[in-house]
Design a protein around this ligand. Structure first.
Ligand SMILES: Cc1cc2nc3c(=O)[nH]c(=O)nc-3n(C[C@H](O)[C@H](O)[C@H](O)COP(=O)(O)OP(=O)(O)OC[C@H]3O[C@@H](n4cnc5c(N)ncnc54)[C@H](O)[C@@H]3O)c2cc1C
Length: 114
């Protein structure tokens, strides 16, 4: 039994180790749930804009720039960076609401009254 366990562990280790040397190995699965990720990100963004003092605007601007680079959904990332290039980030309810509406529109969702 112990020998079997040892063989199994060694095989498992070899399998994992060989993955690391495979140039095509992607350590992350492609399993992002765009809907729940989107909802929680919008919640975070709206909460920041509604409750953080305006002096922190530069951090919000950087955050949006960085979201356009690392948001874990390629299609969304592309749209974020396109949008902020055309509509420079403002840490205001109007800016964020309008941005959220632009995404709503693209996804055929209802527009929100800003
Ligand atoms: C920056 C960003 C870019 C995204 N880009 C894409 C994309 O390219 N493709 C894709 O498939 N998904 C994208 N998403 C996800 C998408 O926007 C939704 O979050 C997801 O589809 C879930 O939608 P939902 O109907 O639950 O409501 P959500 O759009 O997630 O909104 C959550 C809640 O916010 C409220 N709300 C809606 N509109 C507004 C508004 N304008 N102002 C204030 N509050 C509002 C409503 O109460 C709503 O229930 C993106 C998300 C983010 C944060």
């Amino acid at each position: 039994m112990r020998v079997l366990l040892l063989v199994f562990t060694v095989l498992l280790y070899i399998g994992k180790a060989s993955e690391l040397f495979n140039p095509h190995f992607k350590p992350h699965c492609n399993c992002i749930d765009k809907v729940s990720l989107g909802r929680s990100t919008w919640k975070l963004l709206h909460d920041i804009v509604n409750s953080v003092e305006r002096e922190k605007t530069p951090y919000f601007v950087s955050m949006m720039d960085n979201l356009g680079k690392i948001y874990p959904c390629e299609e969304c990332r592309l749209h974020i960076s396109e949008y902020i290039q055309e509509h420079p980030t403002e840490m205001t309810h109007e800016w964020l609401c309008t941005f959220h509406n632009a995404v709503n529109q693209r996804l055929n969702k209802k527009k929100f009254k800003c």
